[in-house]
Design a protein around this ligand. Structure first.
Ligand code: OFO
Length: 163
């Protein structure tokens, strides 16, 4: 049985994960308009992954016999200033999601809620991976993003993402 406090923050996290999905989709549409189809594919697949994160928490609450409370999802940013600004935006966003996940772990720890601690471990590992992947893309964009051929090759590489 999970406490009311844990229930509230997990429901908030579902909303944040779905919002992340919206944000990545919004970016995908913008990138497609720029003609960066590979980056657009990458962000669209990431959007699906975010929805899966939300569903994972949704299922956990149901498995724990706890309430699911779905709230309104806010409108994502849709005006961006080029490819590097998008990935800097993603990096800041993912850092805020990491903080939010760590807050869940902290609260679960305070309540000696071992079930939720065990559950949230997966998300902690996932955030390490997401931040690292995005940071890596930023580094490469900073190095040669001005070079059109390099950008074309990177776009091609990102178009290969399938999951
Ligand atoms: Fe769900 O990890 Fe990104 O936001």
């Amino acid at each position: 049985m999970i406490s009311e406090n844990i229930n509230v923050i997990l429901n908030e996290q579902i909303n944040k994960e779905f919002y992340s999905g919206y944000l990545y989709l919004s970016m995908s549409a913008y990138l497609k308009e720029l003609g960066l189809n590979g980056f657009a594919t990458w962000t669209k697949i990431q959007a699906k992954e975010e929805v899966e994160h939300g569903l994972k928490i949704f299922d956990y609450l149901i498995d724990c016999n706890s309430f699911v409370t779905l709230k309104q999802i806010k409108t994502p940013e849709f005006e961006f200033n080029g490819i590097l600004s998008i990935f800097n935006y993603i990096y800041e966003h993912e850092k805020s999601i990491t903080n939010s996940i760590m807050e869940i772990a902290k609260k679960a720890e305070e309540e000696c809620d071992r079930m939720t601690l065990n559950f949230i471990d997966w998300f902690i590992a996932e955030q390490v991976e997401e931040e690292e992947t995005v940071k890596n893309i930023i580094k490469r964009l900073e190095l040669f993003g001005e070079d059109k051929v390099a950008l074309y090759l990177m776009d091609k590489e990102l178009s290969e993402r399938t999951e």
